[in-house]
Write a protein that binds this ligand. Structure first.
Ligand SMILES: Nc1ncnc2c1ncn2[C@@H]1O[C@H](COP(=O)(O)OP(=O)(O)OP(=O)(O)O)[C@@H](O)[C@H]1O
Ligand SMILES: [Mg+2]
Length: 507
């Protein structure tokens, strides 16, 4: 019965202080359908989901599940109704085992005792369905984010949900893991489950969806069959501008006599990366390409002192640097916006302004308070530049949408006025319009003489922005290419083969 509506949400409204997050939004889901929900950061996607899962209560509108009106009161209630969610942030218990995480709160009992044998066996069966051969009696924290993500999906699947909601589940998965997830989604779809999929990766939308719905600023733009809307049209509808206007960027120009701003020779540490040398000139943007786990992040962490380099030498702006901890690097004019921004940075109860000020305050020293006027000016500058969706700078960061929280953390590091700025996957989880704004801002900073190291898994943005591209593989630097002349294909084949022999090397 693929055409039957399993879910209908009609005229949904939700008002937060200062923001109408949803305004008369209609959404429907069929049994046996994968339906993508799209929109810029802050468009209202998570809010629509949370109103279905009982986290937020709608101010107006109706929700029909299999034709009957429901009023989800709490996440637990939603689960009982057959609605399961995997959120943007994995929220399981890291200390419990994989099996315990799948069955927590609903453990099968035998002779009044928890039936561990059954739990572990069923957990193994479930994991096998996901083609994961793992020890389910190990703590969840032992495994990668990808596995953890699969565990939370397994839990949802085992509850025999009618509706499965995936809110940006793929942002920390590599290509193989994404394909695995898609296999599972297609399996579940064949069983008649309705799946709502939220992502900022448009290629993924086209790879799995049957239909898609676009939200903009809390309004419904429309619902389309996947074959009825082109990618170009989709972006235009989401952002309200066409792609060429969005990505009209100009690579930074590096002066011929530009001096070396950062140069690392033969740095490494056991178990991290072995022997990396690189140079970034003043005003230059160097892109780091490579797969997850190829050593890009470890290299950046060593440059910034969050991991200790046991060998090699780092020279910053002509002087040999001794960087043992991030504070040393910060003092030398470096800034590093890490990949895992959730773990590394958000203080939910502080305002946007306060969250932005943290790093610059640390750099200037706590004996030199920053005036309220300057704070306001800086906060407003970045709210505008990064298009952070908020009524003002005083809103608590915890109340922003996921992507907008990330933009605040980026702003925190950009605001330190660094000489060397390292950005690790800065555009992950960020919508396509804001991605372009971040790229524009990076290039502008290069124009002002800042040296930027840009780590990204998306080759198109590496190629669009970089003056030079360093390709990493298996914790080694395998190639250095001229950013203006190299191609995606070339980088991909180097990543695949690990050969540095492909042409186009700079210097
Ligand atoms: N708990 C909250 N309190 C106040 N405002 C909120 C709250 N949650 C969300 N908002 C606001 O509602 C709007 C919609 O946010 P939502 O999280 O639904 O966006 P989103 O489409 O999921 O974006 P993203 O792609 O960044 O995750 C935003 O303006 C956000 O600031
Ligand atoms: Mg969201």
């Amino acid at each position: 019965m693929p055409n039957e509506n399993i879910l209908e949400m009609k005229q949904i409204e939700i008002q937060f202080p200062g923001v109408k997050a949803l305004d008369k939004v209609d959404f429907s889901l069929r049994a046996g359908e994968i339906h993508s929900l799209l929109g810029e950061n802050g468009a209202g996607k998570s809010t629509l989901i949370k109103c279905l899962t009982g986290v937020h209560h709608k101010d107006a509108g109706t929700i029909l599940l299999e034709g009957r009106e429901i009023q989800p009161q709490s996440p637990q209630h939603a689960i009982e109704l057959g609605i399961s969610t995997v959120y943007q942030e994995v929220n399981l218990c890291p200390n419990l085992t994989v099996a315990e995480n799948i069955f927590v709160g609903r453990q099968p009992m035998r002779h009044r005792q928890i039936d561990w044998k059954t739990i572990n066996r069923r957990a193994e069966e479930l994991m096998a369905r996901f083609h994961l051969d793992i020890d389910v009696t190990r703590p969840l924290s032992y495994y990668s984010t990808a596995v953890q993500q699969m565990v939370s999906i397994a839990r949802a699947v085992d509850i025999q949900a009618k509706i499965l909601i995936l809110d940006e589940p793929t942002s920390s998965l590599d290509d193989n893991e994404v394909n695995l997830l898609f296999d599972v989604m297609n399996d579940l779809k064949r069983d008649g489950m309705g799946i709502i999929f939220i992502t900022h990766f448009l290629d993924q939308v086209y790879a799995v969806s049957d239909r898609l719905t676009i939200l903009r600023n809390g309004h419904l733009i429309g619902t389309f069959g996947i074959k009825d809307i082109s990618k170009v049209e989709l972006v235009t509808q989401m952002v309200g501008k066409d792609m060429d206007t969005i990505f009209n960027l100009k690579r930074a120009e590096v002066a011929g006599d530009a001096r070396d701003m950062l140069s690392a020779s033969h740095i490494g540490a056991p178990g991290q990366v072995d022997d990396i040398s690189l140079t970034v000139k003043k005003g230059e943007l160097v892109g780091f390409a490579g797969l997850l786990g190829s050593g890009r992040t470890e290299t950046a962490e060593m440059l910034f002192g969050s991991k200790h380099a046991t060998k090699g030498e780092i020279v910053i702006d002509g002087s040999k640097a001794s960087i043992n901890k991030p504070y040393d690097a910060l003092k030398l004019g470096m800034a590093f916006c890490p990949e895992d921004r959730k773990l590394d940075g958000i203080i939910s109860d502080l305002s946007i302004r306060e969250n932005i000020m943290l790093a610059i305050q640390a750099r200037r020293g706590f004996m030199h308070p920053i005036s309220k006027a300057e704070q306001n000016e800086l906060a407003d500058k970045y709210i505008n530049a990064l298009k952070i969706a908020t009524p003002d700078a005083e809103k608590k960061i915890g109340e922003l949408s996921g992507g907008n929280q990330q933009k605040v953390i980026l702003a925190r590091w950009m605001a330190t006025e660094p000489k060397v700025l390292i950005l690790d996957e800065p555009t992950r989880g960020i919508d396509i319009g804001a991605k372009a704004e971040i790229q524009r801002l990076m290039l502008e900073m290069c124009g002002d003489g800042v040296s930027v190291i840009f780590i990204s898994s998306e080759l198109d943005e590496i190629i669009r922005c970089s003056n030079r591209v360093i390709v990493m593989r298996d914790r080694e630097k395998v190639a250095e290419l001229n950013g203006e002349t190299c191609s995606q294909h070339q980088i991909l084949s180097i990543i695949a083969e690990g050969s540095a022999a492909v042409g186009g090397a700079a210097e």
